[in-house]
Design a protein around this ligand. Structure first.
Ligand code: HEM
Length: 258
């Protein structure tokens, strides 16, 4: 492909700004922001749970939101990162893919939006949580809500009640182009507005991510299921004159219960 035929040369200035510069700036802020946050604020690297302040709404809202989010992420990986030709080679027809995507996506999106609604409601209605809501939360919760609502609206308007929109031939091509460093702005430039707004708010969400409680996502306790039931710590054998006495079993193993 010559330089003159390149999608970048053919794209308008606005498309280059929205669909090339903006996503790359957001991804750069995402990467550099995490390094900065890790170096500056390791003690603040938590979900900042408010469970002690309110647990009735949290008990349902949090699992609903997180379960929905895991399903939505899985759906996005398949829908955006995997080319349609691969799923067809794997024997999944276009019709089967879209039917599953719409049903599973609706369940996942429904769970996510219900859970997020409950989390936002308790934050607004419980005075103690409202008082503990900081500036980063005031940015994060509306942005998260906007991204989720735009995603659901786009799916509902075009693929549930509308004639159907094949985003795998357009938005997914743009999405993969960003990560393969071969930007294809023209692929998303003609997409329906709801999908475009959804993609832009998602980019913004990635940019604010490192400065919010979302950093807890990278600290999932993956070893939790395989943890030892009793936690031991090794203890140095005390010098003879210290006066500390160990019972014979602990002294033999050199360990004791923490
Ligand atoms: C640049 C990144 C993203 C792109 C290009 C993108 C694209 C899409 C597309 C094409 C759909 C329609 C799926 C369908 O009709 O089957 C969709 C739906 C949706 N998106 Fe995204 N999305 C992105 C990021 C996100 C993020 C970060 C969230 C959540 C915070 C999110 C939440 C949703 C939800 C809840 C739906 C509706 C349910 C579903 O179909 O899974 N998206 N998105």
């Amino acid at each position: 492909m010559s330089a003159a035929d390149s999608p970048l040369t053919a794209a308008s200035g606005a498309d280059l700004l929205l669909w090339v510069a903006f996503p790359y700036i957001c991804l750069a802020v995402f990467a550099v922001g995490h390094v900065w946050r890790y170096r500056q604020d390791q003690f603040g690297w938590t979900s900042h749970t408010s469970q002690l302040l309110e647990n009735r709404w949290l008990r349902w809202g949090s699992p609903l939101f997180h379960l929905g989010a895991f399903m939505v992420i899985a759906g996005h990986v398949v829908g955006l990162a995997v080319p349609a030709s691969w799923t067809e080679t794997a024997g999944i027809s276009e019709h089967a893919y879209h039917t599953t995507a719409v049903w599973a996506g609706s369940v996942a999106g429904g769970a996510m939006v219900t859970g997020l609604g409950m989390l936002c409601a308790r934050r607004l209605l419980t005075r103690r949580i409202r008082l503990g809501t900081d500036r980063s939360d005031k940015l994060l919760f509306p942005l998260l809500a906007a991204t989720v609502l735009l995603g659901i609206s786009a799916t509902a308007a075009h693929n549930v009640f509308g004639p159907g929109y094949d985003y795998r031939e357009t938005i997914s091509v743009w999405f993969r182009g960003i990560f393969t460093l071969r930007p294809r702005p023209e692929s998303i430039a003609g997409a329906p507005l709801l999908f475009q707004l959804h993609a832009l708010s998602a980019c913004l969400l990635f940019a604010v991510w490192p400065f919010t409680r979302l950093v807890h996502v990278w600290s999932v306790p993956v070893g939790y299921l395989a943890r030892p039931y009793l936690v031991y710590r090794r203890r140095a054998v005390p010098p003879a004159h210290s006066g500390v006495r160990l019972d014979s079993r602990t002294a033999r193993s050199g360990r004791r219960a923490a």
